[in-house]
Design a protein around this ligand. Structure first.
Ligand code: COA
Length: 230
């Protein structure tokens, strides 16, 4: 039986109208964190979306959802993956460029990542991101095609690292994913912390050519991903 993952995404507008209403569902600490960001609106849209989706799934008001952040590396609750108190619902959140994306699953730990294509590409990308077995799949690509391919590979890797909760403490070169022209999958994990079990990986179609996104779920069975937008 497929494991179910729901993904919701929103566009972050440059128009600040409505941001205050969204910020009203955040808690005090989130509002403070938003104010410190270079792009507060993006933070507010993303966290309001997370609270709304989690609230809907749990049958409570968005403002009543209780999160704890837990770092898989040091155990601190001051940073790390957001987890929900008193429930098995797993959530993950990502925002970049003009998009905010949230993933939820009752069936396994989820990780989602969205990347703005033009921001992910940089000089030396292959050396810091790819295992040597991954490089051939990007050979021969150039221009926008190469930028999209790199962004997609990066989103796949980061979504796995957000599902496990390690984030970039694990070197992305140790997370070997399928080539950009192939269906998304985790090919190998060379991280020193062992993986708890199989990882299901999927690319997300967000109907936006300037961003790419992927979702991972720690589960034995293939994922059925439902993408919803406003
Ligand atoms: C997780 C991480 C890859 C996200 O980076 P990013 O691409 O800049 O940001 P995204 O928009 O995709 O995701 C941000 C969200 O991921 C979530 N997140 C943070 N750390 C996470 C982790 N370890 N695992 C899963 N999700 C995490 C948070 O919800 C965060 O949003 P917030 O900061 O607004 O609360 C990066 O922050 C990271 O590697 N953090 C780990 C750092 C760490 O653990 N250091 C060691 C401390 S001992």
């Amino acid at each position: 039986m497929a494991v179910e993952v729901e993904v919701q995404w929103r566009r972050v507008s440059d128009d600040p109208t409505g941001i205050e209403a969204l910020a009203a569902v955040l808690d005090e600490r989130e509002r403070e964190r938003a104010a410190r960001r270079s792009n507060p609106a993006r933070y507010v849209v993303a966290h309001a979306l997370l609270r709304t989706c989690a609230g809907d799934a749990l049958g409570v008001r968005p403002s009543s959802v209780e999160f704890v952040r837990t770092c898989a590396t040091c155990g601190s609750h001051r940073h790390g993956k957001p987890t929900l108190v008193g429930t098995d619902l797993s959530v993950s959140l990502s925002y970049a460029g003009s998009l905010a994306v949230v993933a939820l699953s009752w069936d396994g730990e989820v990780g989602v990542d969205v990347e703005e294509v033009d921001e992910t590409d940089f000089e030396g990308f292959n050396a810091v991101t790819l295992d040597e077995s991954e490089a051939p799949a990007l050979e021969g690509l150039s221009g926008p095609e190469l930028r999209c391919a790199r962004a997609l590979v990066w989103a796949r890797k980061e979504s796995v690292l957000k599902a496990t909760g390690h984030g970039l403490v694990v070197d992305p070169r140790q997370v070997v994913v399928s080539g950009p022209a192939e269906a998304a999958s985790l090919v190998a994990w060379h991280g020193e912390h062992p993986l708890a079990g199989p990882v299901q990986l999927a690319d997300l179609d967000l109907a936006d050519r300037t961003h790419v996104a992927a979702v991972a779920v720690l589960a034995d069975e293939p994922a059925a991903v439902r993408v919803v937008t406003a």
